[in-house]
Design a protein around this ligand. Structure first.
Ligand code: NDP
Ligand code: OXD
Length: 312
């Protein structure tokens, strides 16, 4: 039996789609009448504290989100394997966000917007894409997809991860020892890391001041589409005020929703979106997790299982 436990999304709609895809395999929701011990799979988003209570026959936890940081902190998370969402549609949407913000900053959107507001005719020619470097933190599913979409646009590309990938045409940097070298020639820093104890607060003032300063006219730029826990917002405010950063695009925040009193709202060269960079699509999500469940019931191994020791 599959149990759905989704908060802040349309659980009824996902449940209907799963029932149709998996029939005759039973699918239930929290309010339904069922024996908790009969639940073999649970599909979760923002699970409540009692989400896993009594689920003694669990074969897998399936995560609606690609990021599992919040799930990993659940106080009563069972031992069952965790399968996270990996999906072409999700990758496409995330890359849409990344490409939009990278190209916007590369073409000096903030500068020309300010000139327009001031009725100022000030000719400035941005560097070509081939003279500008985008550095991606995290070369996983989303980081690698973003690279493949940025590459045809002509940018110099570099990436940072824990292990080497040998991706053609990309300057790769691995581990803490190569972090500073990675930053040193990055003009636009894109964060697509998972949130773990090692990556918490990585977008801080010290990181910002190590970015390349002499290429983008207004200063280097950060784009954070991963998790709010990666960024120190007080440091972003300071860096935007003193010119250490030329601009920032933030889709995620230390506290969500971003509090009304946050100074970030009023900074002109800070581009805020409300955690919408990429959403898990119902049709492809149901297809993906139904296949995983069916394959697993047929004796095949689970895929995209979270490594609990790494935390992602
Ligand atoms: P993956 O697990 O596929 O990739 C993670 C990458 O980060 C890997 O390349 C990994 O290195 C690297 N990494 C992890 N820890 C470190 C570290 N300490 N130092 C250097 N590199 C590290 O994740 P995805 O690409 O699928 O997703 C990334 C994140 O995007 C998610 O965790 C989630 O938080 C966020 N997200 C945000 C959304 C939004 O709407 N804003 C939507 C979906 C996801 P290695 O390859 O060597 O293991
Ligand atoms: C995710 C998200 O992790 O939507 O999938 O943030």
């Amino acid at each position: 039996m599959l149990l759905l436990h989704l908060n802040d999304v349309n659980e009824a709609s996902w449940a209907k789609a799963f029932s149709e895809a998996l029939a005759p395999y039973p699918v239930v929701r929290r309010g339904d009448d069922f024996d908790p011990a009969a639940i073999e799979y649970i599909f979760v988003w923002k699970p409540k504290e009692d989400a896993f209570d009594g689920l003694t026959g669990l074969k897998a936890v399936m995560s609606l989100g690609a990021g599992v940081d919040a799930l990993m902190k659940h106080p009563r998370l069972p031992d069952a394997p965790i399968v996270r969402f990996v999906d072409e549609d999700l990758s496409q949407r995330m890359s849409d966000y990344v490409v939009a913000h990278v190209t916007m900053h590369h073409r000096q959107f903030s500068r020309f917007q300010a000139d327009q507001k001031a009725h100022r005719w000030s000719q400035y020619y941005p560097p070509a894409a081939s003279e500008s470097t985008v550095g991606i933190m995290g070369l996983g599913v989303l980081g690698q997809d973003a690279l493949t979409r940025l590459k045809p646009l002509g940018f110099e590309l570099r990436g940072w991860s824990r292990s080497r990938k040998n991706i053609e045409g990309i300057a790769e940097f691995v581990g803490d020892a190569e972090f500073d070298a990675f930053l040193a020639e990055t003009d636009i820093l894109v964060n697509l890391l998972p949130l773990t104890p090692e990556t918490t607060g990585i977008l801080n003032y010290d990181t910002f001041r190590k970015l390349r300063r002499d290429r983008l006219a207004g200063g280097p730029v950060i784009v954070n589409a991963a998790r709010g826990g990666h960024q120190k917002e007080a440091d972003i405010v300071r860096a935007l005020a003193d010119g250490t950063l030329g601009a920032a695009s933030l889709d995620v925040f230390e506290v969500e929703p971003l509090p009304e009193a946050s100074p970030l709202w009023d900074i002109e060269n800070c581009y805020i979106t409300p955690h919408i960079a990429a959403i898990s699509n119902e049709a492809s999500g149901v297809r993906y997790f139904s296949k995983i469940l069916r394959d697993h019931e047929a004796g095949k191994p689970l895929v995209n299982v979270v490594d609990r020791t790494r935390g992602y």
